[in-house]
Structures are given as structure tokens and as C-alpha cells.
Ligand binder design. Sequence first.
Ligand code: VG1
Ligand code: CO
Length: 542
Amino acid sequence: MSVVDTTPFSDQKPGTSGLRKKVKVFQQAHYLENFVQSIFDSLDDFKGKKLVIGGDGRYYNRTAIQVIIKMAAANGFGEVIVGLGGLLSTPAASHLIRKYQAFGGLILSASHNPGGPNEDFGIKYNINNGGPAPEQYTDAFYQHSLEISEYKIAEFDDIDLDIMRSQQIGDLKITMIDPVSDYAELMTEIFDFALIKTAIANQEITLCFDAMHAITGPYAQRILVDMLGAPQDSIINAEPKEDFGGGHPDPNLAHAKTLSKLMFSEQSPTFGAASDGDGDRNMILGKGIFITPSDSLAIMAANAQSIPGYKQGISGVARSMPTSQAVDRVAKKNNLPCFETPTGWKFFGNLLDADKITLCGEESFGSGSNHVREKDGLWAVLFWLNLLAEKRLPVSELAKQHWQTYGRDYYSRHDYEAIEMDIADAILEQLRTLLPTLPGQVFGNFTVNYADEFSYEDPVDGSISNNQGIRIGFNNGSRIVFRLSGTGTVGATLRIYVERFEANPDLHDQDTQDVLAELIALAEQFCSVKNKTGRQQPTVIT
Ligand code: VG1
Ligand code: CO
């Protein structure tokens, strides 16, 4: 074993979901090692225990895994459980940590960010409940990273990541594990596979799943094709690639273009879905319809009892603050507790552990349940397949009926990516100055009800998270939310979230951007992003 002298890097502060940087940054001497050692130095009592390791297969995944195995050995872990080929989807890693009672896990991914030598890499630590390390941990990682002076690494040959075997090197057991099997088995415990299989066999359900050349390819192959009998050509872009085929593995209408085009064409199957780089996000589509992630969560919550895994009912629901209020309406009508958390899955962990909630989700194409402690893309796809097979309705009809019962929350997010840091800071400053003046003011059809900066007190451990986004709420329930992304790697990304509620079913068939136009104009009036950056339009609209 060697103890290597090192000096701190000043930029190893984890964001919304782990540390994400350009690959070139991670390739600097000692950069990865410093961060991994800072994580280990922040943790207690892991000697002899298990660590789960895997990633989304992007460029640098294999290199990083070799380093981590050697550092796990030198730091005294007893066993590492590594996905074959270095692969594990984020939800599968979460499941393995729980199932094998590991001390924690390291997940290598920058999720929906592009991959390749000039793109992004990321690393994230998950705790023993299988969920992303809460802020107390990530703050400690960062503090250690600022003070680090040495790291420990064992010296042995690289492990062959492509052979299924267990081996012992010194005090460390290295177990390679099939990335899909345990996860697939868990899915069979939640969903009615026989029912879905029949619906696919008799073509009541036809589908297209876009794996976006990312991690879910092998999972979709095993679960959708091998187990559920979907035709081979119903999964596209199924081969994981180190650069995701040059695309953004981000499942939305802008980035999953082939799928989106197909679903709005004559040849559309009845159901379409896509997943992201690390398999935790999902996009749901029907013939000629896109289901917003906020609506998807609400529809799942309203129909959970149709799914075997949730037939006893759900204990409560949660959504991240910028997610639309659609799920709140379901909770209210059904007398369920509903929680509003800051952006990022790490805030759901305590609520799930305490059984205060069963389902949760985010507007950013993420939904999940108490089956793991991460959002879960394929789980959401299977949830929808099970629901469609059970209800025997087209996606569009299911959505329409839902809106008839609960009303429709028109919703959109406008992202301005890679804007200069000081411009982003100036935008937030302008908003903060404006906030106290807004309540009571009337803007066209909208009267401001409240304007604040979101703070969250965790109802389980009492921890407080401040500065989690700026909210402007109107008397008619509409909202505009502003926040800066915590996952980008270039400059700053401003996200503007806009929603408007419509109770009248005669008005449920309008174009979202049209319905929101007045609010979108107001958002610009408040934050001046176009004015300050000189841009004509957002980088991405979802
Ligand atoms: C984004 C999303 C957030 C999500 C996070 C991680 O964060 O908005 O809802 O939890 O990505 O998802 P931000 O800070 O950029 O808005 V993933 O699939 O990238 O791990
Ligand atoms: Co992801």
C-alpha cells in the first residue's frame, strides 16, 4: 500500500447530485483520488464492510473504477461489489446497497450530461439506505477535500472488469456482479409481469423504448424484451456507448428526437419512453401525447393501488419544490400527506426511510418509490406499462380522465445554459431585491400572493437547507420559480419553471407554451435574463 502526498483542489464541492466536472478536470493528477479519500475520511467504521461500485459506462468509468477499488483496499473495506463491465444503473446500485447491506456505494456518472473525452464525468457517494448522501455528508466531503494532504492506495494489477468472478486480494474481496439480475428480480416483485406480457403479446400495448446509448440498454433488453416479450426492435439506441453516441442522454422532447418524432407520427406505437445516462430518469409518451413528469407523478399517485406493489395504498407523496402542484391535488383529494422538498433526490431519503411517503418525483423527468432510494427510470416505465395493461386505455385517455378529475397543471421549464457566472449572480440579486416588493402587486391576470426564497426543514432530522430557489406564487395558484442548476459544468444554468392551473375540462387541450405565454413574459420582466445575456430564447424548453 502507498500513502501518496497530495495538495487540495478548491473546487470539489458536490452539487445537486455528486461532483460533476469535465473529464479533463478529473484527469488531473490526484484529482479523483483526493475526492475519494475525502469521502472515506468523512465516514466512520467501514473497516471490513462492503462498498458497491459501478457507473453509467461513460468515458473514464473504467479508469476511475480501478482507482476506487485500489483505494477501497488501502482504506480497509472488506469487500467491493462491482457491476460487470463496471456498469450499474443508479437505481440498480441503490438496490444492491440495500439488498447486500453494504456500507455504501460509489456511483460514477454525470447522469444526463454528455460523455466523452471532452465532456463530463461525475462521482457520487450513496449511504447505507441506498440513497444519495445527504448534505451533512457532502459538506463534510468538501471540507475534507480542502484540507487533504495524503491519500491511500493499494498496489496491485488492474482487475479484469469483464469476468464474472470473486477474488481475494489481501484483505479485500472483489465480487463482480451481474448489473441487471437483482434489479430485474425486484421489478417482478412490484409489477404484474404476466399481465404486461399478455398485453404486449396481443398488441394491446406496442412500445418504443429509447435507451439513448446509455446504461438502460442492457436493462431494457433483459426486462422488456427477454422477460416481457417486447419485439427486439421496440428498444432503440440500446448499446451503451462511452460518449452516448455523441448525444445528450437526457430523456426529453429536445434530446430524444427520434422517439419524439415517432410518437407524434402515424406509425406511433401506443407507448413510448426514454431514460437518461445513468438510468434514473424517464420520459413517458403516448400516441400523440407527452406526459409531463409532474403529471406522470400525479397519475401514478392517483392509480398506485392498481399496481401489485402498492395495492395496500401509499403512505404519502413528495415532490421537489419546482415540480408542478399536480400531485398535491391528488394527495388532497385522497387525504394523503404531501411534502415539498428542495431539488435533488437526497431530500427524499429521510421521508422514505420514515415511511412518510411511498412515491416521490421531480419535474426533471424523475420519479420513484420506496423500493430503492433513487429515482428510477425503468421502474417508471414498468409502472406505466402495468397501469396501461390494467386500465386498457390509451395514454391520452388516461391523462384526459386524470385532468377531468383533478384539473390540469400546464407546466414548462425554460433553461438558459452556460451563462456567465457574474450575469447569473446579477440575475439572482435582481430577483432578491424585487421579492419584498411583489406581494399584492397585480400583473395582468395575475396577482402576486407570495414571493420568497425557499427554505426546507427536514421533518425527520430537523436539518435546514436555505436558498433552494426563488418562488413567486399568484392568487390563482400559478407559479414562477427561478433557480441555478447544481449539475452543470460550464458557467451557470438558469432554470425558470412556470405553471398555471386550469380546472375547466373544456380548456385542457391547449398548447402549453401558449397557455403559459403571459407568465413566461412576466418571468422575463422579473429576471431580465434575455436582456442581460442578449439571448433571444432559452437553450432548452421542456
Ligand atoms: C437536475 C434536476 C434535478 C435532479 C438533478 C439530478 O439538477 O433539476 O431535479 O435531481 O439534476 O438528476 P439541477 O441542479 O441541475 O437543476 V440526474 O438524473 O442528473 O442525477
Ligand atoms: Co440521471
